[in-house]
Each structure stands twice: as structure tokens, then as C-alpha cells.
Design a protein around this ligand. Structure first.
Ligand code: PHE
Length: 465
């Protein structure tokens, strides 16, 4: 069989996987979730979930991938559990669905980058118009973004994904640190930081807790086999546990930084008044251009362009990983040529994304009242619907099944054997005990509960806690 390729180095794998993790979830979603969830109270819960619960799930995914050197569907078959490969298939479907709408938002970010370069800060006030009436341009941006993604993936693992990550991730890190430092020097930055880091526990409801869990899960690219796929390209001599620790640290570190960047900017614009900040999807797209506009001289153009370039870089290393999941599945299982497959799948996913593209006002049918749950009280557009279905429902469910499978079907003994490869001190260590406990009990149980709560709340408006 032709070689599937692989990562050339441990750092290459870590950067690619951290690239998958760091994305719109960190820079676009995380700050507004923080805002809704009581500032630092949310951050604290998010961090706890990331390290205690998500990290062991990540380790399991990478171990399954590396052991089998297969895509998420093939991996379960390779281990001898053909029926369980349905989990992998669900992962592939989640990947396709997530990429279909994720690419639309990435396209907005790209469009905003172009606007910022030209100093068109008014785009912020026109955000709604941009996504509804300027659909020709928005589609073009989406096509370009998907094109860039497919281009990188078509070059293979070391020559495409790893190479891109080695350039994009360090650049991203420099940009976010630079921008954050700059933001902290602005007037009223302190009120922004205070808003971000002083916890308001009164805002922490049951739904804030499981949203923090969902956010951590999505942000770490878990539950759909993205890390089974990347793990399948990792060398046997590498230490999976330490790699996963670096990936988790990079992801939460960048999310944390994104908050530290966002809130001082917003506070600067509102002269320290953080009471009526627009939340939700508009926090970046509607509010930030107005902030950049107030900078004197070329500052607005420079900072604005850098910010949206940063967002594009973050999104690109994630879209690449999302596309690699269905690609590796089709290439491995149907023994077809990689290049053509990449472009065909990218086109198909773009087409699946068209309803999402049209769902912010361009088409009445797909917009606000596309679906109504629970007797008319919850109107949802197509993009939000897919987002709820894939991110909030499929991922925790997938994560629950993957950990259950890892600990009880494939069995902890085999999982540990794989983890011990490249990590000589693993056997008998505290890390081993913790991973066994988390993968065997904690993760499947918590994820099952979260899955049920999210389904009840999102689709039936029943809020148990
Ligand atoms: N983790 C990415 C983000 O935070 C999104 C993602 C989810 C990528 C699942 C791959 C798989 O934006």
C-alpha cells in the first residue's frame, strides 16, 4: 500500500494539532461565552474542564489513531470492532457539518481582513447587511477560504499540514501576544481586564457550566476523530501524553489571551463602561471595527488588519484539520488518489455550507425561523441549527463513546500499552492512574450527562439545572 505519509517531527505534530484546536472557537466564541457566563467564573470552569476532562479524551483519541494508523472509521475496524466504526462515521459526518458552517465564518474573517486593510471600519455597523445583502462577496470569500484549505490539505501531511502549521502557528502567537500587549496599554484597559478576570458567580447557572464544557470540547477539537486522524500520522517513538499536554496548554493559553485582548479593546471604546457590550457573534464582527476606527493615524488599519489576519490564521489551521478527517477516511477506505479527493470533498462541503451562508438574512427560508423548537419559543437559523447539532450534540456524544470504547471495549490494558510507547515512565505512574480513572469513568459519565442536558435544553427548552 502506498504510504499515507506522516508528521516529520514531534513539534510538527504538536503545532498541527494545536492549530486544529486554536481557531474561531478560541478567538471568536470564547470571549462572548465568557461575557455571558460571568467573566472569570466561566474561565475557571472552562480551565477545569479542559485539563481534568478533555485532556484524557485527547490522549485516548491520539492513542487510537497512532495504534491503528488509520482514519476514524478504519481505526475501529483495525482494532477488530467493526460495529464501533459507526462512532468514526459519526465523526466524519460531524467534521463535514462543522466545516460547512465554520468556513462561512472564516470567510467573513477573511472579508473583514480585506476591509481593514482598506480602512473600511464602517463594515462593523454594516455587519448584518454584509452577511445578508452582500452575499456575492461573502460567497467569494468562502470559496477562497475553502480553496486555501484544500490547497494545504492536498499537499499531504508533512508537505502541507505540517508545513503550514509551522509557519502559521508561531506567527499567530507573535501576533496575539503583540496585540494583547498593545491592547493593555490603551485607556480604560483595566476595566476590561477587571470585567474579564473578576468572577461573577451569580451568572453561573447549570447551562453556563455545560456550555463551558461544550466550549472546551469544541475548542480542543475533540469528539469527532480529528485527533484520531492526526494521531494516525504520529511516530511510535513520540510521547502522546506530553504532546497532548502541550496541545491543551496552547489551546487554553490562546483562548485566555484572546479574552485579555478583547475586553480591554471593548472597554477602551466604551470608556470603561462594560455594562452594555454587545455579546454573541457580533462581539468581534460588529463591535471591533468601531474600536479600530477610534485609533489615530495608521494604527486602526494596522491593528485591525493584524487582528483579522490572526483570526484567519487561527481558522485556517482548524479548517485544514476538519477537511483532513473526511479526506483520510475516503483515501484510506476507498483507496483513491489524495489530490483529486481533497478538491472534490472541499467542493461538496462548500455546497453543503450554502444554506448556512444564506442563513443570516440572505434567504428567508434558511434564516431566523428556519426551525422552531418547542412551540415557537426558540427560532433558529440554519447555521445555528447545524452548530447546535454538530458542536453541542454530536461532539459530547462522540467523546462519550470514544472514551467508553477506549477503556472498556478496546480495554485499558491496550490503551496503556500504546501510551507507554515513547513514555518510559508511564507504567505505574500517577498519570497512568489518572488517565485510567478519567477515561474509564469520569469522561464517559460526565459527557453522557452533558449530552442529555444539552439535548433537552437546546431542542426541547427543558432546563433541568
Ligand atoms: N477547535 C476548533 C476551534 O476552536 C474547531 C474544531 C472542532 C476543529 C473540531 C476541528 C475539529 O475553532
Amino acid at each position: 500500500m502506498a504510504s499515507r505519509g506522516g508528521f516529520n517531527s514531534k513539534i510538527g505534530f504538536i503545532l498541527a494539532a494545536a492549530g486544529s484546536a486554536v481557531g474561531l472557537g478560541n478567538i471568536w466564541q470564547f470571549p462572548f461565552e465568557v461575557q455571558a457566563g460571568g467573566g472569570a467564573a466561566f474561565v475557571f470552569i472552562y480551565l477545569a474542564f479542559s485539563f481534568i476532562l478533555c485532556f484524557p479524551v485527547m490522549v485516548t483519541e491520539i492513542a487510537i489513531g497512532r495504534k491503528t494508523q488509520k482514519n476514524p472509521v478504519g481505526a475501529f475496524k483495525e482494532l477488530g470492532y467493526k460495529k464501533w466504526s459507526i462512532i468514526g462515521l459519526m465523526g466524519v459526518i460531524s467534521g463535514v457539518l462543522i466545516l460547512s458552517f465554520y468556513n462561512v465564518v472564516a470567510g467573513w474573517a477573511f472579508g473583514y481582513f480585506l476591509e481593514m486593510i482598506q480602512g473600511n471600519f464602517g463594515i462593523g455597523d454594516r455587519f448584518t447587511q454584509f452577511t445578508s445583502s452582500e452575499i456575492g462577496r461573502v460567497s467569494l470569500y468562502g470559496i477562497i477560504f475553502m480553496g486555501m484549505t484544500a490547497f494545504i490539505v492536498s499537499k499531504g501531511i508533512s508537505g502541507g499540514i505540517e508545513k503550514a502549521a509551522k509557519f502559521l502557528m508561531p506567527t499567530l502567537l507573535i501576533m496575539i501576544i503583540g496585540l494583547t500587549i498593545y491592547g493593555l496599554t490603551l485607556d480604560h484597559a483595566f476595566e476590561g481586564v477587571k470585567f474579564y478576570l473578576v468572577p461573577d458567580f451569580s451568572k453561573v447557572t447549570g447551562s453556563v457550566i455545560y456550555n463551558a464544557m461544550g466550549q472546551a470540547f469544541f475548542s480542543l477539537s475533540l469528539g469527532m476523530g480529528a485527533l484520531i486522524t492526526y494521531g494516525s500520522y504520529v511516530d511510535r517513538k513520540e510521547n502522546i501524553v506530553s504532546s497532548a499536554a502541550y496541545i491543551t496548554l496552547a489551546d487554553v493559553g490562546i483562548a485566555f489571551c484572546a479574552g485579555l485582548l478583547m475586553f480591554p479593546l471593548v472597554s477602551f471604546m466604551n470608556a470603561g463602561n462594560m455594562d452594555n457590550v454587545q455579546g454573541g457573534a457580533g462581539l468581534i464582527f460588529a463591535t471591533l471595527p468601531g474600536v479600530f476606527e477610534t485609533f489615530t493615524g495608521p494604527g486602526g488599519v494596522i491593528i485591525g488588519s493584524l487582528f483579522f489576519l490572526l483570526l484567519c490564521f487561527a481558522a485556517l489551521t482548524s479548517t485544514v484539520s476538519l477537511l483532513e478527517v473526511p479526506v483520510s477516511y475516503v483515501v484510506d477506505e476507498f483507496k483513491v488518489q489524495r489530490k483529486t479527493t481533497v478538491w472534490i470533498i472541499a467542493i461538496v462541503i462548500f455546497i453543503i455550507g450554502i444554506p448556512s451562508l444564506l442563513s443570516k438574512g440572505a434567504s428567508d427560508f434558511f434564516s431566523t425561523s428556519f426551525i422552531t423548537y418547542d412551540g415557537g419559543s426558540m427560532n433558529t437559523d440554519f447555521m445555528n441549527f447545524i452548530q447546535k447539532l454538530a458542536n453541542d450534540t454530536f461532539l459530547p456524544f462522540g467523546g462519550c463513546l470514544i472514551t467508553f470504547f477506549g477503556a472498556w471495549i478496546w480495554k485499558k490494558k491496550n490503551l496503556n500499552e500504546e501510551l507507554a510507547q515513547g513514555y518510559p515512565g508511564y507504567r505505574g505512574s500517577f498519570v497512568e492512574k489518572y488517565i485510567n480513572f478519567a477515561v474509564g469513568f469520569l469522561a464517559p459519565a460526565v459527557l453522557a450527562v452533558v449530552f442529555v442536558l444539552i439535548v433537552l435544553s437546546s431542542f426541547f427548552d427543558i432546563n433541568v439545572v
